[in-house]
Write a protein of this length. Structure first.
Length: 591
């Protein structure tokens, strides 16, 4: 090993610490040939394009089927990519450029992909911004097939043990194959918390750091590397002292993780008997295994936007039905809360109107778009009601601002129930319908909404943004994103009290639920369910078992007398040190 030690910083995408040797997987884009063609060559170029698309679909389907019998956890992603590749709209647009501008198929494909990519890049939602990677992957596969440079990881001689894969990015196909190899960790230059590398790494419990700029050019095959998925650090060619510190940190994390996982089946109940259901949030059905393995008691939030990704048309009733049935196949008799799609405004798919809005985040989106687009909303409702025959389902409506929207949604649901009955399709007509409380008007009128709803789920991410007028992705003002702001605490209390008065259950499903620092606040408020990402579940369950609700009540009484976030934070932090063991408080490292 040669070269001096270097420290790289990125985003801790999957917790854990790993030490191993570098395996370089250079997945940077293939060079796109660009040239004009003669009119008489158009037909030939279109045939090349058609063949490359067909080969791409076949390759993705082949990879998916190769692992179909082995419980692969990201089949849905590969299915979606195959669907995106075969989407007629993509082919037609590229073919149009070939025909009208007389350019070669590679050039035309790259232009279409870049246009779609830029559209996703303008979105403020982090999950949808990350879907630029999906567009890149399918475009790269088609172009590589056009130029004859396709190669999947299965064709590579990957070492079998102690491997840390270092890449610019990983496609779902790469991830599918690597998931069957003995990979110790992932490091990529691209990606964020919701990129496929991150999703797959978390599902495999493999440490990962993404967004590590410059690592691909600095690392060499066989270099020793320490990957810290907790802090988001990568030590390339570490010193012996750094290796030893890394081993100690890895051992400490493994011991703590084993302690947490050993207790995953124990109920999340405080020392004085207050029970909290700890559920999981998922973006994709492929994340189910990870949250259940970590001890989730059901699914508290399934975001259904992925079903619309890359489509030129909205999913059919059957698409919805099959997807939701797949979830019930895995969760058994545990409850699943499925949020109707939060699309519109700036989150768009092919069949949606594309009129620009001055402020799309506050525009025609979520429940507003659903109510104005029954042709898109009703098939989802039908799929949900039919799938409810196979499990315990709750339907959650996003971005509700008032009672009128709940009533209108219930009318559509009733219409769908009548249609399903006429068609003789098995379904449930009494599925609980609840509200995601995330708009200030909904919180302020929580007592009215509670009278019309079967449950509340408080979405703290958007609620804080709307309540504090802060874009948490804007680095210039993110210092104002304060979860313990007095206004936030008052709104949380208002929502819980309204739900309690009307005897409906209330949960919290935003990032606050996943941070054990705020768990005593939710216990004091009497929140009966917290829903979060897979990695946070064991920590929160363990912490709840160390708390006494009486102590949390006293803490909250003190916190309510504070006038600033800083004062409240000091009280909560002191409480955590006094009442809980530091070993069971991974919140200190941001886990």
């Amino acid at each position: 090993m040669t070269g001096r030690p270097r420290i790289f910083r990125g985003i801790g995408a999957s917790p854990g610490v790993a030490i191993g040797t570098v395996f370089l997987l250079d997945r940077r884009k293939v060079r796109v040939p660009r040239y004009h063609i003669q009119p008489e060559n158009v037909a030939h170029e279109l045939e090349r394009l058609k063949a490359a698309v067909a080969r791409s679909v076949g390759q993705l389907e082949g990879i998916r089927q190769r692992f179909a019998g082995e419980g692969m956890e990201h089949q849905t992603i590969l299915e979606a990519h195959a669907m995106m590749v075969r989407d007629r709209a993509l082919f037609d647009e590229a073919a149009g450029l070939v025909t009208e501008e007389l350019i070669n198929a590679e050039w035309a494909t790259s232009r279409v992909i870049e246009r779609i990519r830029e559209m996703f890049g303008r979105l403020s939602d982090a999950y949808f911004r990350e879907r630029r990677g999906d567009i890149d992957f399918i475009g790269d596969r088609i172009i590589r097939n056009l130029v004859g440079q396709i190669a999947d990881v299965a064709d590579l001689d990957l070492p079998e043990a102690g491997t840390i894969v270092v890449a610019h990015d990983l496609s779902p196909a790469d991830a599918a194959i690597l998931s069957r190899q003995r990979v110790t960790a992932f490091v990529t230059e691209a990606g964020g918390k919701t990129s496929h590398t991150s999703i797959v790494a978390r599902s495999l419990d493999v440490p990962a750091v993404v967004g590590v700029r410059g690592i691909l050019d600095a690392a060499g095959s066989g270099d020793l590397v320490v990957v810290d998925g907790l802090e988001g650090h990568v030590l390339l060619r570490p010193t012996s002292n750094q290796v030893e510190r890394g081993r100690k940190r890895a051992d400490h994390y493994q011991r703590l993780n084993l302690e947490l996982l050993e207790a995953k089946a124990l109920p999340a109940e405080t020392l004085d008997g207050f029970s909290v259901k700890v559920a999981g949030n998922i973006e994709l059905p492929t994340e189910l295994a990870a949250v259940l393995r970590r001890g989730a008691e059901g699914i508290g939030l399934y975001r259904t936007e992925f079903l619309f990704l890359g489509r030129s048309e909205a999913p059919s009733e059957e698409d919805h039905y099959r997807t939701y049935c797949r979830i019930f196949d895995e969760v058994g008799d545990q409850e699943v809360t499925i949020r109707t799609f939060d699309l519109g405004g700036e989150k768009v798919f092919g069949a949606m109107p594309t009129e620009s809005e001055p402020n799309p985040a506050l525009g025609l989106r979520a429940i507003r778009f659903c109510l104005k687009s029954p042709a898109v909303f009703e098939p989802q409702v039908a799929g949900l009601l039919r799938a409810a025959v196979h499990g315990r389902l709750r339907i959650m409506l996003p971005m509700v601002s008032g009672v009128e929207e709940v009533r209108a949604a219930r009318q559509i649901i009733a219409t769908v129930v009548r249609q399903l009955s006429r068609d003789g399709k098995p379904h449930k007509s009494d599925v609980p319908v609840g509200v995601m409380v995330e708009v200030p008007s909904a919180a302020i009128t929580a007592d009215y909404l509670a009278a019309e709803s079967d449950f509340f789920s408080i979405g703290t991410n958007d609620m804080l943004q709307f309540l504090l007028a802060v874009d948490r992705t804007n680095e210039r003002v993110d210092y104002l994103y304060l979860p313990l702001h007095p206004a936030v605490l008052r709104v949380l209390a208002t929502c819980v009290h309204a739900a309690t008065a009307h005897r409906i259950p209330v949960s919290v499903c935003g990032e606050m639920a996943a941070n054990p620092l705020y768990t005593p606040i939710f216990v004091a408020l009497g929140v009966g369910e917290l829903s979060m990402n897979a990695a946070s579940i064991p920590s929160v369950k363990r912490l709840i078992r160390e708390l006494a609700k009486a102590d949390c009540d006293e803490l909250f009484a003190e916190v309510q007398r504070t006038t600033t976030h800083a004062e409240a934070l000091a009280l909560v932090t002191s409480f955590m040190h006094e009442k809980t063991s530091l070993a069971s408080s991974p919140w200190q490292t941001g886990a």
